[in-house]
Design a protein. Structure first.
Lengths: 266, 306
């Protein structure tokens, strides 16, 4: 409980600046980004490529330390990767090719010393059933389609029952029809278990459909442009008379016009 | 109705009218056949096709052709001191096995080889693990492999004989040298090509240090490691035979290399060929039975190699 008497945020990101070094430059990926994620949030980081949203997610995952600002999970500062924040990546190769579907899930539970033996296996099967892959529990990943691989990755992450699920454009490499179905399935899963997720995407329709809270980011370096609420139905805003997706589109598009003007005048 | 639409499309402005317009076709919908109603559409392969699909059969054919060519050439040459016939070689081979001399030599060689190979693999594992865990370990491995890998193991034999004397230890020393660098180099390059995503997955689930190497890096780099093991095996085998040819009596028993050398001295050329054939046969067995099966059970089963 915080001062206002409401629930305390699960994940607090305050004034985070992220920088990484390339061969020749020091690149600032995000500049003083702040946001709070509460329990059972479907929190979407939305922005064009180059706005540092994936870098931000990696930082929350503990893979890089901020040069400025702080990140706290349940009040404790984030130090390094941990099994309380589980990643689902965009790449299909996130599954271990030398393990079957079931072994991939039990591997996660056993490596993190969360569960072992029979208990791990039962937990694994429970979540594999949730993503409708029970028939393929003993298949190797290379025999599965892209969408099935991502479902396994989601099952593996959910089986860990993490504090927050970090999803880095998990559906971006899928075809449009599969992506659509996966989005619906993810919402159903959320309805069932009410996990907290931080979801990175550059697709406005995906953000509007999946998020209950959308953080808009501007590029070069990534900065917060605002936070919007979404009910998944792309509602029309009473004040402006426009759909949510149209408002987001304008806000992200406005940048590009300004940039062009700067170039012309410069 | 359709005609009207076609006319509409054709009556576009003049410039558009000259461009080709695709014909307007009627739409249609149909029911698809239910899944169970379609029989499995497959045709059995002919006997010839099935035989031609067997890799061992194809390889056996190659060996038979070589044996026939050898026999024909040796008979035409008719000089058993230079090239004995295939049948004479097989006879010598059978005699060698029957007398128990050849199996004894093979056993001597293989035991020595396995000792050297095993120690070499162990050291390679330690070196690459160090290389993955620290920068200085990485530098150490890179410097050592670039320096020692091109150095032929047999060139160290004279030195080894001074250091360790005429015994198994000298030969094991050169064997370790021949295995270590090839395996370490391949394993290290395999480790380094493991995808960032897999590394992040491993760390996400709390794997660090030796557990990370054992559970993520080694299986993910297994295709490269297997290549290293194969190259190491071939290097070791060659080095062993060469070392035995030079100082085969080291421990008083002698191995296959010594068998070849001894029989050459006695001008028993079919036995020399029998010794060479045994070397080749062991190579074929190790490659086709052992390594092929390891491949089938691992990298090909995991879809990491086709």
């Amino acid at each position: 409980m915080n001062a206002q008497g409401g629930p305390a945020p699960l994940l607090q990101v305050q004034g985070v600046t992220l920088q990484y070094r390339t061969e020749k430059h020091l690149v600032t990926a995000t500049y003083r980004v702040s946001f709070d994620v509460y329990g059972a949030d479907r929190f979407v980081l939305l922005g064009p490529s180059g706005c540092g949203k994936s870098t931000l997610l990696k930082a929350v995952g503990g893979y890089m330390a901020p040069t400025e600002g702080s990140m706290r999970l349940k009040g404790a500062p984030i130090r390094g990767p941990g099994a309380d924040r589980v990643f689902v990546f965009q790449e299909f190769d996130q599954l271990l090719p030398w393990k079957t579907v079931k072994q991939n899930v039990t591997f996660a539970l056993e490596s993190s010393r969360k569960l072992s033996g029979k208990a791990a296996e039962m937990q694994a099967m429970r979540y594999i059933e949730k993503v409708n892959l029970a028939k393929f529990a003993d298949s190797y990943p290379h025999t599965l389609s892209g969408g099935m691989k991502q479902r396994v990755a989601i099952a593996r992450a959910l089986a860990m029952e993490p504090d927050v699920l970090l999803m880095d454009e998990p559906f971006a490499a899928l075809d449009a029809l599969t992506r659509r179905r996966m989005q619906e399935e993810l919402l159903e899963l959320w309805n069932g278990t009410r996990f907290t997720m931080l979801f990175v995407t550059h697709s406005i329709p995906e953000a509007v459909l999946l998020g209950n809270r959308i953080l808009l980011m501007s590029p070069h370096p990534g900065q917060v442009k605002g936070e919007l609420n979404s009910d998944g139905g792309d509602p029309v805003d009473a004040a402006s008379g426009r759909k949510l997706s149209e408002r987001i589109h304008e806000m992200l598009f406005a940048d590009r016009i300004e940039e062009q003007e700067v170039v012309r005048h410069g | 109705m359709a005609d009207a639409r076609v006319r509409e499309a054709r009556s576009l402005p003049q410039t558009a009218a000259q461009k080709p317009v695709p014909p307007l076709r009627p739409e249609y919908l149909r029911d698809v056949v239910a899944d169970g109603d379609i029989g499995v559409a497959q045709q059995p392969l002919t006997l010839w096709q099935r035989l031609a699909n067997q890799s061992w059969l194809r390889k056996l054919t190659i060996l038979v052709v070589i044996a026939v060519a050898w026999e024909a050439y040796a008979r035409a040459l008719n000089n058993p001191l230079l090239v004995p016939t295939f049948s004479a070689t097989v006879e010598a081979l059978a005699a060698g096995f029957a007398s128990g001399e050849l199996p004894q030599k093979v056993a001597n060689s293989v035991i020595l080889l396995l000792k050297g190979y095993g120690i070499g693999l162990g050291l390679a594992m330690v070196l690459t693990a160090l290389a993955m865990m620290s920068r200085i370990g990485n530098d150490l491995l890179e410097t050592l492999t670039s320096g020692f890998n091109p150095l032929p193991a047999i060139a160290l034999l004279p030195l080894a004989l001074i250091w360790f004397g005429l015994g198994d230890i000298s030969i094991i020393f050169v064997l370790v040298h021949s295995v270590l660098w090839a395996v370490a180099l391949n394993t290290h390059s395999g480790f380094r090509s493991v995808s960032t995503t897999l590394r992040m997955v491993g760390r996400n689930y709390g794997l660090k240090g030796p557990r990370f190497i054992a559970k993520i890096l080694i299986p993910a780099a297994f295709p490269s490691i297997l290549t290293g093991l194969k190259i190491g095996w071939a290097f070791a085998w060659r080095t062993l035979i060469a070392a035995e040819l030079v100082f085969g009596v080291s421990s008083g028993k002698g191995g296959l290399g010594w068998y070849i050398y001894e029989n050459k001295n006695m001008l028993d050329i079919p036995a020399v060929f029998a010794g060479l054939l045994t070397v080749i046969l062991i190579g074929l067995i190790v490659e086709n039975l052992i390594f092929r099966n390891i491949e089938a059970m691992t990298v090909r089963r995991w879809g990491m190699q086709s």
